[in-house]
Design a protein around this ligand. Structure first.
Ligand SMILES: Nc1ncnc2c1ncn2[C@@H]1O[C@H](COP(=O)(O)OP(=O)(O)OP(=O)(O)O)[C@@H](O)[C@H]1O
Ligand SMILES: [Mg+2]
Length: 379
């Protein structure tokens, strides 16, 4: 089947004319028809509304004072039937206050009676242009809504997929590590030193992969769990985290500076993970400094809390800053600084779930500052 879509310029715009005086309604319709519009005239609001349920109109041109109905009520009922309809009201001469009331109630413009074509036509043209814009806007909004829905579904599917894949990868991996350990234990007498060394490599590889899978599972679970926000004292939380990181600090002398943060509404468990990841990075990447210094501070940006963790460690080249927050992206070798490259992607996801952003500032061999923002969350 071939569908011919009429050229917009040739498409006649339709005007619903409502005036209780049959003669003036007829005269107005005839004049507008002559100007190239399709007109549909009614002398009662009820009939006009009934017509609107049958077909679409581009513009409602209604008399303000009619017995039984007034133009404003008619316009409101009409816009319930078609929210992108535009309405122009006809008022009696000198009835400026009623015209203002009509515009406050949603009329786009008004025309004074008796109608002068030269001044009325530009008003109608402008109103019809607004109608086109409203239709376009609605189309765009519908598109965005549709795409968002599609993305949500795709996202959910992807999460479910990564969860089940990670989960299923575990079993064969366990077999690799159990059997290689059994070989190294019970059968080591039958192995040469080189054989043992190779098996140890197999085992270390399996352990590394197990960590990757654990991290992936944690990442895919982040989006599922709902946020439980409560007032949190960040400084206390940060001190507690640092006290618990004895293994990471390894007895090093690190100077910590912790600001007195304002109490903020967040999901405590998740924001704790943010600080754990940023602090463990700061501690790790300052390892080669004789005097490591780590600052945990904040500033207010309007009503948004901007937190930062700053260190004087290995730093990085800002050229690669966009990579840092991606999954499994690392800028340092595993020999120099161990890790799987998941920490910062967890940080980003948690901050974004709180409606905030993450960014970074760094310089090779000088240090790095990681920032994240948390918008105002009323208590
Ligand atoms: N404080 C920092 N100073 C310098 N580079 C950093 C710092 N924090 C992160 N990076 C760089 O960003 C990369 C990604 O960090 P991320 O925390 O995601 O992974 P990771 O620490 O390597 O491993 P994981 O956190 O999963 O154990 C790091 O490998 C490192 O190259
Ligand atoms: Mg890390």
């Amino acid at each position: 089947m071939i569908t011919i879509i009429a050229d917009q310029s040739e498409h006649k715009l339709s005007i619903l004319v409502v005036d209780d005086e049959p003669a003036s309604m007829r005269a107005l319709c005839d004049t507008l028809e002559y100007e190239g519009y399709h007109t549909y005239g009614y002398t009662s609001g009820a009939d006009a509304l009934a017509a609107m349920r049958e077909r679409q109109f581009d513009l409602l041109l209604a008399d303000l004072q009619m017995p039984g109905t007034n133009g404003i009520d008619l316009m409101k009922s009409a816009q319930l039937v078609d929210p992108s309809l535009v309405a122009v009201i006809m008022t009696g001469h000198g009835a400026l206050d009623t015209a203002v009331a009509a515009m406050k109630a949603g009329a786009l413009d008004y025309i004074q009676k008796p109608i002068k074509l030269a001044s009325a036509l530009p008003v109608l043209e402008r109103a019809l242009a607004v109608r086109q814009l409203r239709i376009e806007k609605k189309k765009l909004e519908d598109n965005v809504r549709e795409r968002t829905e599609e993305l949500k579904i795709a996202n959910r599917e992807l999460e479910a997929f990564s969860y089940s894949v990670s989960h299923d990868l575990r079993a064969p991996l366990r077999a690799v590590s159990t059997f290689s350990q059994a070989l190294l234990g019970e059968h080591s007498a039958n192995l040469t030193d080189e054989g043992k060394r190779l098996l140890q490599n197999v085992n270390a590889g399996a352990a590394h992969m197990d960590r990757l899978i654990t991290d992936l599972l944690r990442l895919s679970q982040l989006n599922r769990q709902p946020l439980h926000k409560q007032p949190v004292r960040f400084a206390e939380m940060v001190r507690r985290i640092i006290d618990g990181m004895t293994h990471e600090r390894g007895g090093r002398n690190i100077e910590f500076l912790i600001a007195e943060f304002p109490t903020w509404q967040v999901d405590q468990g998740l924001i704790q993970q943010v600080f754990v990841n940023l602090l463990s990075n700061a501690i790790k990447f300052t390892r080669e400094r004789a005097q490591a210094r780590i600052e945990v501070g904040y500033r207010m940006d309007g009503t948004t809390l901007v937190c930062f963790v700053k260190d004087n460690g290995a730093g990085f080249n800002m050229k690669y800053m966009n990579k840092l927050f991606g999954v499994f992206q690392r800028l340092h070798s595993a020999e120099q600084f161990e890790g799987t490259g998941v920490g910062l992607s967890i940080v980003r996801r948690i901050v974004e779930r709180h409606g905030g952003k993450v960014w970074v500032d760094g310089e090779q061999d000088v240090g790095a500052t990681f920032y994240f923002s948390l918008p105002d969350s009323p208590q």
